[in-house]
Design a protein around this ligand. Structure first.
Ligand code: COA
Length: 383
């Protein structure tokens, strides 16, 4: 029985910053952000939107009454949690109108969380093929104004519906996971922004890809020639390319060119949104599927997930016949095209204007799901 990704959608908040303008404001050569980091725009969220509203706005695009009834597990992967105890998945369970007999929980392991959720979903579906599992990767990637990580921020969510007999990507049981206790990026409880050792995080990411790939090649006797495309966790679009290039030196030219061309197709949306933390890998997958005209049913796709700290996983899937009919390219492009560009002054104002959870008041926001009120330390959402 095939198990895997049946539906995929993303949401990004309605504001963005132009990266050349940000570079100018920070006294940096714009080509550092545009070419060196590889970002042209960066999503920014207003205080009326948080990981719950990003997630709900992403998921609503793939839910139908029939799917709502079939979902018996909702898993949220995030490293921007709003609560030390209550899972955002429980709030989303109500907002999305899921059936009461559903398991709901949140997973944290930096940008790896949603991948852990997907592997749990796959195991669950093998035992309960009649059910559906909703995994949502949702994050607000904030490093702080004027910080080294500022050009690698972003915000939004990816919703992934998993099922038996999936319509987009069947996942295989070929997977290699690697855990290493490293302090390349961490956020002690209570800290608004992460501690980050940028060069160490870059190096650990590249090493982790090499180690998981080498083990994968050995364990499953496969090579790069078996793959139509590889998707990477994309904290910024240059990162995955650095890891890929480091492994392509000994690969034949056709295979190397194919994988590099597909890589460019996988970063189309990330260039405009920025970092989604745990959703970045899956935004890359959506981008690849919605941008590439070279892929076909049966093609093998490799996915490299990396969460600082660190846990990495390389896993694989193959495309299902007719997968292209289930993509949401038009609505995704339209969501991005409708966003409003912020001046750098307005971005800085919005960035510092955070939600005060200790102050009771009403809020207004035109998005379908947004924060409508804060009362007694509880966020209330407009449905
Ligand atoms: N034109 C073109 N490229 C330029 C440039 C210019 N004018 N100026 C710099 N660059 C290039 C650099 O050569 C470098 O490329 P390389 O990595 O291929 O060598 C790239 O831009 C970044 O420059 P660097 O000096 O390393 O930037 P930085 O010290 O500001 O750090 C990060 C960049 C990504 C490490 C930093 O933004 C960060 O810490 N981000 C958060 C952590 C993160 O995303 N980690 C990734 C793994 S999860």
């Amino acid at each position: 029985m095939l198990v895997g990704i049946d539906q995929l959608s993303f949401y990004a908040p309605p504001f963005y910053v132009d990266m050349a303008e940000l570079a100018d404001a920070r006294g940096v050569d714009p080509n550092k952000y545009l070419i060196g980091i590889g970002q042209t725009q960066m999503s920014v969220a207003p205080k009326t939107q948080d990981i719950v509203t990003f997630a709900a706005n992403a998921a609503k695009q793939i839910l139908t009454p029939e799917i709502q009834k079939k979902i018996d597990m909702i898993i949220v992967g995030t490293e921007s949690s709003l609560d030390e105890s209550k899972a955002s998945a429980v709030v989303l369970h109500r907002l999305l109108g899921l059936n009461p007999f559903t398991r709901a929980f949140e997973i944290k392991q930096a940008c790896y969380g949603a991948t852990a959720g997907i592997q749990i979903a796959v195991n669950h579906l093998a035992a309960h093929p009649e059910s559906n599992v909703l995994v949502i990767a949702t994050d607000n990637a904030r490093y702080g104004l004027n910080s080294g990580g500022e050009p690698t921020q972003g915000a939004g969510a990816v919703a992934i519906l998993l099922s038996a007999n999936p319509r987009i990507l069947a996942l295989t049981d070929e997977t290699v996971t690697l855990t290493q206790d490293i302090y390349d990026f961490w956020r002690p409880t209570g800290n608004l922004y992460p501690e980050v050792d940028g060069p160490l995080s870059n190096q650990t990411y590249i090493d982790s890809f090499q180690k998981t790939w080498d083990e994968y090649e050995k364990r499953y006797t496969k090579t790069f020639t078996d793959f139509a495309a590889l998707c990477f966790h994309v904290p910024y679009t240059k990162m995955g390319k650095k890891a890929l290039l480091a492994k392509l030196a000994d690969v034949d030219a056709d295979t190397a060119n194919r994988l590099l061309q597909r890589y460019e197709e996988s970063i189309h949306y990330s260039k405009r949104i920025g970092n989604l933390y745990t959703g970045s890998l899956y935004l890359g997958l959506i981008s690849l599927l919605e941008t590439s005209v070279s892929l076909k049913a049966g093609d093998k796709i490799g996915l490299f997930s990396y969460g600082s700290g660190s846990v990495a996983e390389f896993f694989t899937g193959h495309l299902i016949e007719g997968y292209e009919k289930h993509l949401k390219k038009e609505s995704h492009e339209s969501l991005l095209n409708k966003r409003k560009k912020l001046s750098i002054t307005d971005y800085e104002h919005l960035f510092n204007d955070t939600l005060d959870i200790s102050h009771n008041r009403f809020y207004q926001d035109s998005q379908i799901f947004s924060i409508s009120e804060v009362k007694d330390l509880i966020r209330h959402y407009k449905q």
